[in-house]
Design a protein around this ligand. Structure first.
Ligand SMILES: NCCCN[C@H]1CC[C@H](NCCCN)CC1
Length: 289
């Protein structure tokens, strides 16, 4: 019955719209407004505080890339931490890596988990993996209690720096991630759009270069239903065994104990390598002189 338009001060003067067939859920959690609707051409859509988080049709591009860019860059990841990602999509992708023994996830908003399980079963299927441990809480506080060197990989699947995820873009949080990672450990974070947020990205890159003494790279993927049609990721590693994010060394065996997950729809080793190629206006800012 009409159109949903994603209007936000984070992307002034533009708005992506999706045709709405039916509103399926509307609620207010302790942290944000939660909306689920059936769209005409992108399947079901999850919206938090008016911002599109995922659609059934294109979520694969984001979940697969934010997960496999880091995990395919190190040999035998065993312990993985997901901050955010309450919809379960990143968990589904981590579960494809048979070397992984422990998947911890810290999501602040339990309504996101419940809504994902109810309306997005093919995304929330990640919770069925027996290696998953869910903690409902603030990722900033969670990381403060993690012993140094615990994780091989951390994935920060956050919303945008307005609202609950604000602190996940700040320096102290990145420092707590570096401490929680083993030497040569890797982190992937949601890092906005080069078309919309070059200034935010510039600041994030500067912070990452100070904190992560291994590699610091920016990669990107196309997500039609995110503003500007793309989203980027910071890929960083701590000092220790060198990590070359641009050349995947750890192929996905694409099997998961969760028998019902579908084969990869987006990620492959060529698009892994291609995702680090940047247009000149972004290269100038992101890559050291
Ligand atoms: N697991 C899927 C969660 C996706 N996280 C974010 C949702 C908000 C979205 N805004 C894009 C704003 C323009 N860069 C970025 C990804």
């Amino acid at each position: 019955p009409g159109w949903f338009s994603e209007i936000s001060p984070l992307w002034p003067g533009e708005a992506h719209s999706l045709k709405v067939e039916k509103i399926l859920f509307q609620g207010k959690s302790d942290y944000q407004n939660v909306l689920v609707f059936q769209s005409s051409t992108y399947g079901k859509v999850l919206v938090l505080d008016g911002v599109i988080q995922l659609t059934e049709r294109d979520e694969c591009a984001y979940q697969e890339m934010i997960t496999h860019l880091p995990l395919c860059s190190i040999p035998n990841p065993k312990k993985v931490l997901v901050i955010g990602g309450g919809d379960g999509g990143v968990l589904r992708e981590v579960s494809r890596h048979s070397s992984v023994e422990q998947i911890d996830i810290c999501e602040i908003d339990k309504m996101v988990v419940e809504v994902a399980k109810q309306f997005f079963p093919d995304v929330a299927v990640g919770y069925e993996d027996p290696r998953v441990n869910l903690r409902i809480g603030d990722g900033v506080a969670f990381l403060k209690n993690v012993p140094a060197g615990t994780y091989d990989a951390v994935i920060v699947d956050s919303s945008d720096p307005i609202g609950p995820a604000q602190e996940l873009f700040e320096k102290p949080f990145f420092e707590s991630i570096a401490k929680a990672l083993r030497p040569g450990g890797v982190v992937a974070t949601q890092a906005e759009s080069i078309w919309l947020h070059m200034h935010i990205i510039e600041e994030i890159v500067a912070n990452c270069r100070q904190i992560f003494k291994g590699s610091v790279n920016y990669a990107w993927t196309t997500v039609p239903t995110y503003p500007s049609g793309m989203i980027g990721f910071m890929l960083c590693s701590t000092e220790g065994p060198a990590v070359d994010f641009k050349n995947p060394i750890n192929p996905i065996d694409d099997e998961s104990p969760v028998k019902t997950i579908e084969p990869l729809k987006f990620y492959n080793s060529e698009i892994h390598q291609a995702s680090f190629c940047l247009p000149s206006f972004a290269k100038r800012v992101i890559e050291t002189k």
